[in-house]
Design a protein around this ligand. Structure first.
Ligand code: NDP
Ligand code: GDR
Length: 337
């Protein structure tokens, strides 16, 4: 019997890769999509199947993590074997501007989903997208036993959703796990996160469409991995016999300025000619260094990262150059729904 999964955040970077992965494994995939006044399904257009498709295996539903009743109804309708909670207001800088909204969707949203699973009586396994941002000010390397010290409303919300997941596991015997994922990027990364902001700018500067790129703190250290590899780790966590929490990271670290240099060099450009500082992009409290120790995931899940940050920077630049050339030549066509 093929399995059924429900993914919140299916329109996001990770949701799109996870949907591809699960469809490839024969799953029927249901995705929760929030209503938007413009199209927000660009990342999954290539796998979308319309309602008229015979035996379709990707089915989208309108709902929202702020609407607990809709979550209960959706769970009853879909009756999934696995639920992946990837939906969130996921931008750390934005969480300082919209702290309550972030707490509601990113923090309480996870609890609403857990409670909806419990209330609907669906015996689903659940994955919670926890984050290295929970470690915040705790010095690297960070692992599953490192105490949390979040530095943003987003980080605080993720700590709440982390402990809610642990609590539902302990209180109700639910198969609920936290993947504590360090930064992971791809050509589908949101355009306002620093890696994609840089690689998009490189493509545009190279094409003569832009000259300057404005950034904030260039000294932050991050452990950047490749998103398609990270969604594989999510799936592996739900295939174990016993629910547990895992750090997923490469263990390699670089500063924002190192990523910058690599990305600009990939297009034969010098970053210092183009990059300028704008305090607008600084955070009221910064996370200085995140470097993960994924030893437990390696040993227990057999999960290994392959792509490291230098290769990642280059593959993202190459993808943005191709995407821009397609856009300029009119080859990119929007799918109508
Ligand atoms: P994205 O920002 O790309 O995607 C977030 C998804 O959540 C989108 O599908 C978005 O919908 C959806 N969403 C936002 N608000 C709501 C809401 N109110 N109700 C339902 N859905 C909502 O994030 P990523 O794919 O990068 O990350 C996936 C998850 O993993 C997030 O929870 C993130 O916080 C977490 N995470 C990410 C890491 C990373 O490096 N990428 C590292 C660690 C954790 P829409 O498309 O309409 O905006
Ligand atoms: P992060 O990712 O905050 O780590 O959260 P982001 O790419 O936004 O920032 C990384 C570092 O770069 C610095 N920075 C800038 N960041 C942005 N966005 N824009 C800029 O112009 C800029 N200039 C410098 C930041 O200060 C920061 O130090 C991501 C998100 O995906 C979270 O959802 C996830 O939980 C964590 O990764 C792990």
């Amino acid at each position: 019997m093929s399995k059924t999964a429900l993914i919140t955040g299916v329109t996001g970077q990770d949701g799109s890769y996870l949907a591809e992965l699960l469809l490839g494994k024969g799953y029927t995939v249901h995705g929760l999509v929030r209503r938007s006044s413009s199209f927000n399904t660009e990342r999954i257009d290539h796998i979308y199947q319309g309602p008229q498709t015979f035996e379709r295996r990707l089915i989208l539903h309108h709902a929202d993590l702020s609407d607990g009743v809709a979550l209960v109804n959706l769970l009853r309708e879909v009756n999934p074997d696995e639920v992946y909670n990837l939906g969130a207001q996921s931008h750390v800088r934005v969480s300082f501007d919209a702290p309550l909204y972030t707490g509601d969707v990113t923090g309480l949203g996870a609890l609403r989903l857990l409670e909806a699973i419990r209330a609907s009586g669906v015996p689903a396994r659940v994955y919670q997208a926890s984050s290295s941002e929970m470690f915040g000010a705790a010095p690297p390397p960070q692992h599953e036993g490192t105490p949390f010290h979040p530095r943003s409303p987003y980080g605080c919300a993720k700590v709440f959703s982390y402990w809610s997941t642990v609590n539902y596991r302990e209180a109700y015997g639910m198969f609920a796990v936290n993947g504590i994922l360090f930064n992971h990027e791809s050509p589908r990364r949101g355009e306002t996160f620093v890696t994609r902001k840089i690689t998009r700018a490189v493509a545009r500067i190279r094409a003569g469409l832009q000259d300057k790129l404005y950034l904030g703190n260039l000294d932050a250290v991050r452990d950047w991995g490749y998103a398609p590899e990270y969604v594989e780790a999510m799936w592996r966590m739900l295939q174990r016999e016993v629910p547990d929490d895992y750090v997923v990271a490469t263990g390699d670290a670089a500063r924002v300025r190192d990523f910058l240099a690599e990305a600009f060099a990939a297009a034969d450009l010098e970053w210092t000619d183009h990059v300028r500082f704008d305090p607008k992009y600084e955070r009221p409290s910064e996370v200085d260094a995140l470097i993960g120790d994924a030893g437990k995931a390696r040993e227990t899940l057999g999960w290994e990262p392959r792509v490291r940050w230098r290769e990642l920077a280059r593959l993202m630049v190459a993808a943005d150059i191709t995407a821009l050339e397609d856009e300029l030549s009119g080859a990119r066509v929007r799918v109508d729904r």
